[in-house]
Design a protein around this ligand. Structure first.
Ligand code: ZN
Length: 114
């Protein structure tokens, strides 16, 4: 999300938390946790798009590409298929294979960049 969208959203969430907690200390603590989680999410999102080769995150990368480039009526999970499994929106097995082939073709770098 762009900063022009993130800042108003953060301000609205801050005010909602302040109204709910009725304590500036509790609101600041809640907001610090919320912003930390958001920054971690954006960092991992950047890594997923930048093809970082991090052991253990390869599955998340594959899931994220399916989220962006797969069936628009399925694969809503950004990093995990958990909620797609719960709500029955996992893509059929054949889509996994087709996506794997597309991903392999899309991530190949030209010889000049190796
Ligand atoms: Zn993305």
């Amino acid at each position: 999300m762009k900063l022009s969208g993130s800042l108003p959203m953060a301000a609205i969430l801050f005010l909602l938390a302040l109204a709910a907690f009725r304590s500036l200390d509790a609101t600041l603590g809640f907001h610090a946790g919320l912003l930390s989680g958001y920054i971690l999410y954006e960092f991992l999102h950047l890594g997923a798009h930048a093809h970082w080769r991090v052991p253990g995150l390869r599955y998340m990368h594959r899931q994220h590409l399916m989220h962006h480039f797969g069936d628009s009526q399925r694969t809503f999970g950004v990093t995990s298929p958990l909620w797609d499994w719960v709500f029955g929106t996992l893509p059929p097995k054949r889509d996994h294979t087709a996506h794997r082939l597309r991903k392999t073709a899309a991530t190949r770098r030209p010889e000049s960049q190796r």
